[in-house]
Design a protein around this ligand. Sequence first.
Ligand SMILES: [Zn+2]
Length: 479
Amino acid sequence: MSDRTIKASWVLDGTQETALANQSIVIDGGKIASMEQGAGDGLLVMPPLANAHDHARVARLSQVGSYDVPLEAWLPYLTLIPAVDPYLASAVSFGRTARGGVGSVMAHYTRVQGLTDFPTEAKAVAKAARDVGIRMALAVHCRDMNPLVYDAHDALLADLSPAACECVTRRFLRNPVPAAEQVAMVEAVAAEIEGNGVTVQYGPAGVQWCTDTMLRLIGESSARTNRRVHMHLLETKYQRNWADRNFPQGIVKYLDEIGLVNERVSFAHCIYLRPDEMELIAERGATIVVNTSSNFIVSSGVAPIAEFIKRGCRVAMGLDGLAFDEDEDALREMRLAYAVHKGSGFDVKFPRPDLMRFATANGRFAVTGESGSQVAPGSPADMLLLDWKELSAELIEPDVPPFDMVLAKGKQSHVKGLIINGRDVVRDGAVTGVDLPAMEAELLATMRKAYPTTADVRAAMPELKGALRKHYAGQFYCG
Ligand SMILES: [Zn+2]
């Protein structure tokens, strides 16, 4: 096998804040064979970023008129996105993810296109990830209760006009597939698609959306098979309210009792965790995935990262399909998370080494179950190559630390390359495995063409949104 050498002007190896200057990194197959002093060629090399909570969605909020809608009212808007070919949708999503500097992604597959049976769709998603070349965990969505709100929906339906009620009933209130069947499906899909960069996880939507039967089954199966689990937890104050009413012993204690708080599990959001719950999560070694942009955009709140870190929780970064500028810029997401959570004055709440792990290793662990994500001899040849010439073009002081420059201004336009398992996934800023611009154009045309198929739900949406606001706005919340 032929070796190749990356000439890095700087290397952030993922374990320290200080960068190593002028390194020749030799790649042999899927591994980094050696790294030694050499001549740099204008690249800053660091571990790829990880997006540990995403949904492989392709439509941006503003595309379907759902910008600035709180989460509980926003979720039904997803129905406005027409079903499209799952390979096309996933290839676009993973291609954009790679272009944004991400090497491992959690695809919590909450939106099934449904044009074929699910195992066929899952194969298409796995093929898209492999064609693009990033590491992907397909967290298979499991859900069997509370289709509309977190409690009974009778009163809400009674508030709607007959036409809107008919549409909402038809679109949202289908009988769920029995829990045991959904759980068995995960194993069947895993047997078909796992391997070669793709893994399968259990993806229960969240405690408010899954019966006790389903969650227990997942806890038992995960313990037996070692399969990882990814789920939403306490994303909004309304979910906290629901959890406190339904689990007097505490929702995290409940999850722990049924085998769903451990190293195999990652929880997205966790904005409304209490200190004792953070401690339990830290003790058990589960991962918390914070989605800073998403939390702002769908009005969920601000996650207490400093409190998580203080208690020793493993915290990872997610984009949740809702990056701040409606792109997939993971470098900007890292900057935003740092700016929001670093603390005030000289009181440092988000130390740089924690930030690096947050953006890289911790998310990679949540996705792949493998620890270690460093640019070092013997490690997998996974590297993000940034344009140091561009990043440093305006420097006056020549010795500004490279990590400062990444944090100050790094964005996806600085992504020159992404190497995963020794393969060029992004080269000269372009995705190599699929024709992303052509597929994006095809997808947009397909969605525009299919948009009339969602006219019924679009017509019902203003009423539904109003009814949801009424349902939640009056709820008592004890913060
Ligand atoms: Zn999510």
